[in-house]
Design a protein around this ligand. Sequence first.
Ligand SMILES: [Zn+2]
Length: 168
Amino acid sequence: MSLQSREDYMREAIRAAKEAQLEGGVAIGAVLVEESTGEVIARGGSTANHTNDPTAHAEVNCIKEAAKKLKTNNLHDYTIYTTLESCHMCLSAAAWARIPRIFFGAYHKDVDSSLVDIKGKFHDEDEAKRMNLRDGNSMVVKGGILEKECVHLLDSYNKQHKSNSSTV
Ligand SMILES: [Zn+2]
């Protein structure tokens, strides 16, 4: 599959988030795209809650799938698109994988923090400047791609989650 714009790739990440939700996970999704070909190499959703694996965030799942598929831990030609601003663990995982770019949709400040257990306040666009990749360059992180759609995705999940738990 070869797509064109950053928005197109974010739509793929939104699709991955919806699939994750259908499978019992949190509505957060990510895709990994090869920059030179525009091909989506891997997709992942958040499976942390229903698999009792606190490290199974969408980005980590996506990175693991890609590394396994490509048989390498060096993903320097790849970009992550994720529906929600990454946490420090995922930023670090991307740095270890030498992934130089992350584009995200919703900022943490724009979503209900109770829904995804966000205790800290992250601001990845600033944080990324301190994340040195092995080649000495900083990681580039940019948010706000299809921001409204990504915020809506999590708001909907949150409403459903709250109404489900109130009826149990
Ligand atoms: Zn994370």
